[in-house]
Design a protein around this ligand. Structure first.
Ligand SMILES: [Zn+2]
Ligand SMILES: [Zn+2]
Length: 418
């Protein structure tokens, strides 16, 4: 019998640098090749040989190392067409930012462009053979438009890798459908937490904005460019106030509108995008600040980008509010803002006190604990590996999973026979 070996090279007991391999009969298949953002040692430990990569989605913690891997191994890279396009945007942005900050150069814009000839776009549901005994298909993961979970078939064994997954519907997307499989590799970002009711949270979000603008302030909404910006714009669709859109969310919104098949209601996304005024220069920014308004802008964790043009003007304005729209990773400005009431200005490296009203909303694009349990029960595997989660959520969810099947919480460099 042919051995099938799964290897864990990153994204274990952590969120970041997701990178796994499955090796069978001398063929090395990699699932994702990401980076840990803003961390010096944030690379996966790459194996010597890689024949093909299947990319689950565009976020840099899954795609950020691909251009460097490609320069070294020249593997074919499979993903949905939208994931490939979105990952190029994010990879180029990250290469540019690193160049500006004179930080690590693990790849250049040229490496990103050279990779294109090895990329193969695959629609959801289409079977693709890699060797006589290895095939796979991509299934909609409901996490961001274009995102996929991967269902592999190797020597007759079914392996299901969730990538980042959400099973509940949002304005932007329908939730993931879950297949059965023999082996499950599952994310655990929210492995120990249940999300608050989305409907209640959305009500509170909108009423906070209303109160702010009605008293003459600006509602400043930092949002991730990919997915969250579009979801927020769709929530704001009925708001009777001026809405402005700034930052990379603009490019990503345009891209999503070019791929309407990946969003639930592209007409509604188009309408929401049209209602907002798109800001492309500093005088437009001044205008947005000259009246009570809603401003949606990058970066989602307040770590840079145009959000600072607004913060410089608004940080002491008690009439205005800042509304964070997602989880804030430790060490980011968003986390500092909520815990200490200030941020570090990336231009001066100095503390900037923020006296605006501060709010945080958990509009997560990941399955919460209950949904993760549902996924595991539907897949009904013999063996499971819990990845993509900090140690606590990872262990907590693994404890539940071990009541269903043989469960592992791999460490960096671990390998297992399937
Ligand atoms: Zn993701
Ligand atoms: Zn991720």
């Amino acid at each position: 019998m042919v051995r099938i070996i799964v290897g864990f090279h990153g994204g274990v007991q952590e969120v970041g640098r997701s990178c796994f391999t499955i090796e069978s009969d001398g063929f090395w298949l990699m699932l994702d090749c990401g980076l840990k953002i803003r961390q010096e040692d944030g690379y996966p430990a790459l194996p010597d040989r890689v024949d093909a990569v299947v990319l689950s989605h565009a976020h840099l913690d899954h795609s950020g190392m691909l251009p460097a891997l490609h320069r070294r191994n020249h593997p074919k890279i499979y993903a949905t067409d939208l994931s490939l396009e979105t990952s190029h945007l994010l990879q180029k942005d990250s290469a540019k930012i690193n160049q500006l900050r004179k930080e690590r150069h693990i790849y250049s814009i040229h490496d990103i462009e050279a990779m294109h000839s090895s990329e193969v776009s695959i629609p959801y549901g289409a079977d693709r053979s890699l060797t006589e005994n290895i095939s796979f298909k991509l299934l909609d993961a409901g996490h961001i438009p274009g995102s996929a979970a991967v269902l592999l078939e190797i020597e007759g064994k079914k392996v299901y890798y969730t990538g980042d997954i959400k099973t509940k519907d949002t304005h932007l997307q329908a939730g993931a459908e879950i297949p059965e499989a023999d082996v499950l590799i599952i994310e655990s970002t929210y492995g120990d937490r249940v999300h608050p009711s989305r409907r209640e949270m959305e009500k509170e979000f909108l009423s906070t904005i209303e109160e702010t603008v009605d008293r003459g302030g600006n509602a400043l909404i930092p949002a991730f460019a990919v997915g969250r910006t579009q979801e927020v714009l769709m929530m704001l669709e009925d708001m009777p106030y001026p809405i402005y859109l700034d930052g990379m969310g603009q490019q990503v919104t345009s891209l999503f509108l070019q791929y309407p098949e990946y969003v639930r209601d592209s007409g509604l996304l188009q309408k929401a995008a049209n209602i907002a005024t798109w800001i492309d220069n500093s005088s437009a920014r001044k205008k947005a600040l000259s009246e009570p308004s809603i401003i949606v802008t990058t970066a989602g964790m307040v770590n840079g980008g145009p959000v600072f043009s607004y913060l410089h003007r608004l940080h002491m304005d008690k009439l205005s509010s800042i509304l964070l729209t997602g989880y804030q990773v430790e060490g980011t400005n968003g986390r500092l803002l909520m815990e200490k009431g200030y941020v570090i200005d990336p231009l001066t490296d100095k503390e900037l006190e923020v006296r605006m009203e501060k709010h945080q909303f958990d509009f997560s694009a990941h399955a919460g604990r209950h949904s993760l349990e549902d996924i595991a029960e539907k897949v009904n595997p013999e063996k499971a590996f819990v990845v993509h989660g900090d140690p606590k959520p990872c262990e907590s969810f693994a404890e539940f999973l071990s009541s269903i099947c043989e469960t592992h919480t791999p460490k960096m460099g671990d390998t297992f026979d399937l």
